[in-house]
Design a protein around this ligand. Structure first.
Ligand code: SAH
Length: 343
């Protein structure tokens, strides 16, 4: 069977693997052994599964394979060790992921789509629109590729790479379950970031998971959100805040509001006052992100970010400034892939 027609074993559940073993005339426990190789030892090919009979491996090889995204290029920031990965999928499409080292453990920022359909004006990922959704296995496979390359164990996941996770709802949900159940990553260690697909935020709340939700707010004003986030024309800001309240009420997880500080656009006292009206009396946490310029025209905004944090603080709003990981390696999502594809 040509490689491209073989079925990926990575992503299969324990009952599915047990069934595969039984179908090949093997005992059921061989499925459990395979499960351990795939998700605990995280092997890259079947030959490494040393306690499986050679005959079983040969049979598996005829129809199945273990496939993960392939590491094409890695940039390492000499200051903080952040690594940016360019990864190639089975159909040669390119995606990006980032490995960050924190005191609490290693965290990865994963892509959920090839490209992005959301078209946020300041973001590199959506420059050429969406190509396709990633499967749950492709999202999880980024973890395995990075762990294998770096030798580091990953304990935290943020879905903040290329793509809009809630525009790939079913696969992302499947991924969360795969990461949680098979790769043993706690739901509270997973954060999903969205630019505001209100219907899907509500659907996610109904799943009653324990994952963290981050909402890309970027402005408390409807008209300004519309200027930079096309999705704001579909769902207005009150609908968005109500959905975030619903998420908190149904899951008990405090919502984070992401706020990319764009100088002279969203960092004034008036912005802070409006933010206070909007989220001041609900459990909140504002994560301020320094703008990572993707076009030459836009200026970086490190000092503006600190200043705005102080303005927010005066209004009693709780904010932190996102540590700028990998500032020496173009870590804004989509930039490395765009360079490679010359977009
Ligand atoms: N589609 C999801 C995940 C995107 S990336 C979302 O929109 O939330 C995570 C965060 O980085 C989002 O808040 C996004 O708006 C922000 N972001 C994207 N490009 C950026 C850039 N060039 N500079 C600063 N923040 C950026």
């Amino acid at each position: 069977m040509p490689l491209s027609e073989k079925i990926n074993l990575f992503g299969k559940s324990l009952p599915e693997l047990e069934e595969i073993a039984l179908n090949f005339g093997e005992r059921k426990f061989r499925g459990k052994q395979l499960y351990e190789w795939l998700y605990n030892k995280k092997v890259l090919n079947l030959e490494e599964c040393s306690n499986l009979p050679k005959s079983f491996i040969n049979q598996l090889n005829n129809n199945y394979m273990i496939h993960h995204p392939e590491v094409i290029k890695v940039l390492t920031d000499p200051e903080d060790g952040t690594q940016k990965y360019l990864l190639k999928l089975e159909d040669d499409k390119l995606i990006e992921a980032v490995l960050m080292n924190y005191s609490f453990g290693n965290s990865v920022c994963l892509s959920t789509q090839v490209g992005c359909a959301m078209g946020c004006t300041f973001c590199a990922s959506g420059k050429n629109g969406k190509d396709r959704n990633l499967t749950a296995e492709e999202i999880a496979g980024q973890i395995i590729a990075i762990e294998n390359y770096s030798g580091k164990q990953i304990s935290n996941i943020v879905l903040m790479g290329m793509g809009e996770p809630l525009d790939n709802f079913d696969n992302v949900l499947k991924f969360i379950k795969l990461a949680n159940q098979n790769l043993n990553i706690g739901q509270r260690h997973i954060t999903l970031s969205t630019c505001g697909l209100v219907d899907k935020i509500k659907a996610l709340a109904d799943e009653k998971l324990q994952i963290n939700l981050a909402i890309s707010l970027h402005s408390p004003f409807q008209n300004k959100r519309e200027e930079i986030l096309p999705i704001a024309k579909r769902y207005n800001i009150d609908q968005l805040i109500n959905a975030s309240k619903e998420y908190f009420n149904k899951t008990g997880r405090r919502v984070t509001y992401e706020y990319t500080v764009i100088p002279d656009f969203n960092n004034s006292e008036a912005d802070a006052l409006e933010l206070k009206k909007l989220i001041g009396n609900i459990p909140h946490h504002i994560n301020l992100i320094p703008l990572n310029p993707v076009t030459k025209e836009v200026k970086p905004s490190r000092d503006n970010v600190k200043l705005f944090a102080e303005i927010l603080n005066k209004q009693g709003l709780i904010s932190t400034i996102r540590r700028k990981n990998g500032k020496n390696i173009e870590a804004a999502c989509g930039q490395l892939r765009n360079q490679e594809l010359e977009i």
